[in-house]
Design a binder for this molecule. Structure first.
Ligand SMILES: NC(=O)c1ccc[n+]([C@@H]2O[C@H](COP(=O)([O-])OP(=O)(O)OC[C@H]3O[C@@H](n4cnc5c(N)ncnc54)[C@H](OP(=O)(O)O)[C@@H]3O)[C@@H](O)[C@H]2O)c1
Length: 338
C-alpha cells in the first residue's frame, strides 16, 4: 500500500453533519522518520464528541481546524516500524489516529493493545476502552451510588449509559434508564437488569420518572441534556449527585445550551454537579480496569458494538449517534482485523 485515504474537515457543520462538510482525500504515504511507526487502522471509534470537535465552540480540546484530518481514536496494526519499541504485526493504539486508513505516529504516542484470550479486539474499543472508563469513573468515582439509592441514566442503552447503569446495579442501586424505543428499553430491563426504563420517544419523561422514582433521584448519570436532563434534575433528592457526562441532544443545535431551569435546586437540595472528561482520568485507568476486566472476562457485564464498514462511510455512520440508529458502541471497520 503506497497511498492512504483520510477525511479532511472542509466546513464547520451547521446543524447535522452534512456530506460536504468533510472531504475524503487520497495521497502518498510519507516515508518514516527515525522513531516512527506506520499503523494500518482497523477500527475507528465514532463518538458524539466528534461533532463538538468539528465546531469552534468553547471545548476541552482545540477544535479540528479547517483542512486538518478529522480527529478520532482507533486501533490498528503496525505495518512498518523505525522504532525498537514496535515491530510489524503489533496491534496498537496509535493515539488519536484520525479518520484515516493509516497513521504515522511517533512510537512514544503509540501504546500496545494487550491480547487477552476470549476477549475480542472490539472490547478495547468499547467496554475496556474509553467507553468503559467513562462509565466507571462517572458512575463509581463521581456518582458514588449506594445500595438502595435511585439512579437515573439517560442514553441508557448507548455505549456509556448501558455500562454505567450496570455498574450502579452492581452497587445495589435501583436503576432507571431513559432510551429511545421499545427494543432498547426491553434490553435494559430484560437483559441488563435495570429496574425500569422510559421510552422518551413515546412517553412523557417527567410523568414516567414520577411513577418509577417515587422517592426521588439520588444519582443522575446525564448523557443527553436539554428537556430530559431538566426532568431528571428537577426530581433530585437532598445531597444528590449529578454526573454530567454528555449533552448529546444539544451538539447539533449551535449556541449555548440551556441548563437546568431551577438552578437554585443545587443550593436548596445541596446537590453536587460535576462535569468530567475521560481524558483527565486516563492516568487512573488501572483502577477502573481492575473491576471492568474481570466483569468482562466472566460475562457478568454485558456490552455490544455496532460495526459499520469502510472509511468512505464515516460521515454517514457518525450520524447514527444522533438518530439512535445503532445498537451498541459505534465503530467503523477500516480494514480487516489481523
Ligand atoms: N465526558 C466524557 O468524557 C465522555 C466520554 C464518552 C462519551 N460521552 C458522552 O456520553 C454520551 C453517550 O455517548 P456514547 O458514546 O455512549 O454514545 P451512545 O450512547 O452509544 O449513542 C448516542 C445515543 O444518544 C441518544 N441520543 C442522541 N440524540 C438524542 C436526543 N436528541 N435526545 C435523547 N437521546 C438522544 C441515542 O440513544 P437512543 O437510541 O436511546 O435515543 C443515541 O443512541 C454522549 O453525550 C457523549 O458526548 C462523554
Amino acid at each position: 500500500m503506497t497511498t492512504l485515504k483520510r477525511w479532511v474537515l472542509k466546513h464547520r457543520p451547521q446543524g447535522e453533519i452534512a456530506p460536504g462538510d468533510l472531504e475524503l482525500v487520497e495521497e502518498p504515504i510519507a516515508d518514516l522518520a527515525d522513531g516512527e511507526v506506520l499503523v494500518r487502522n482497523v477500527y475507528l471509534s465514532l463518538d458524539p464528541t466528534n461533532r463538538i470537535w468539528m465546531s469552534d465552540q468553547d471545548q476541552y480540546l482545540p477544535p479540528v481546524q479547517i483542512g486538518e484530518t478529522m480527529r478520532g481514536g482507533g486501533i490498528g496494526v503496525v505495518e512498518r516500524s523505525r522504532s525498537d519499541s514496535f515491530k510489524q504485526g503489533d496491534v496498537v493504539n496509535p493515539g488519536l489516529a484520525g479518520w484515516s486508513t493509516h497513521t504515522i505516529a511517533a512510537a512514544g504516542a503509540v501504546s500496545p493493545v494487550p491480547a487477552i484470550p476470549g476477549v475480542p479486539l472490539t472490547a478495547f474499543m468499547s467496554v475496556l476502552g474509553a467507553t468503559g472508563l467513562t462509565a466507571w469513573f462517572g458512575m463509581i468515582d463521581i456518582g458514588k451510588p449506594q445500595a438502595g439509592e435511585t439512579v437515573v441514566v439517560s442514553a441508557a442503552a448507548g455505549a456509556v449509559g448501558s455500562i454505567a447503569g450496570q455498574l450502579a446495579k452492581l452497587r445495589g442501586a435501583r436503576v432507571i434508564g431513559i432510551a429511545g424505543g421499545k427494543a432498547k428499553c426491553d434490553w435494559l430491563t430484560g437483559e441488563l437488569g435495570f429496574d425500569g426504563a422510559i421510552d422518551y420517544k413515546s412517553e412523557n419523561v417527567g410523568a414516567a420518572l414520577d411513577r418509577l422514582c417515587p422517592n426521588g433521584i439520588d444519582v443522575n448519570f446525564e448523557n443527553v441534556g436539554g428537556e430530559i436532563m431538566d426532568a431528571v434534575f428537577s426530581r433530585m433528592n437532598n445531597f444528590g449527585r449529578m454526573v454530567l457526562c454528555g449533552m448529546i441532544s444539544t451538539y447539533n443545535a449551535g449556541g449555548i445550551p440551556a441548563g437546568p431551569t431551577d438552578f437554585s435546586r443545587i443550593l436548596m437540595h445541596r446537590l453536587t454537579v460535576k462535569g468530567f472528561i475521560i481524558i483527565d482520568y486516563l492516568p487512573r485507568a488501572s483502577e477502573a480496569l481492575a473491576e471492568l476486566g474481570p466483569l468482562v472476562a466472566s460475562g457478568a457485564l454485558k456490552w455490544k458494538v455496532h460495526v459499520e464498514d469502510g472509511l468512505e462511510n464515516a460521515v454517514a455512520a457518525v450520524g447514527r449517534l444522533f438518530t439512535g440508529d445503532h445498537d451498541g458502541k459505534l465503530l467503523l471497520r477500516i480494514s480487516p482485523e489481523p
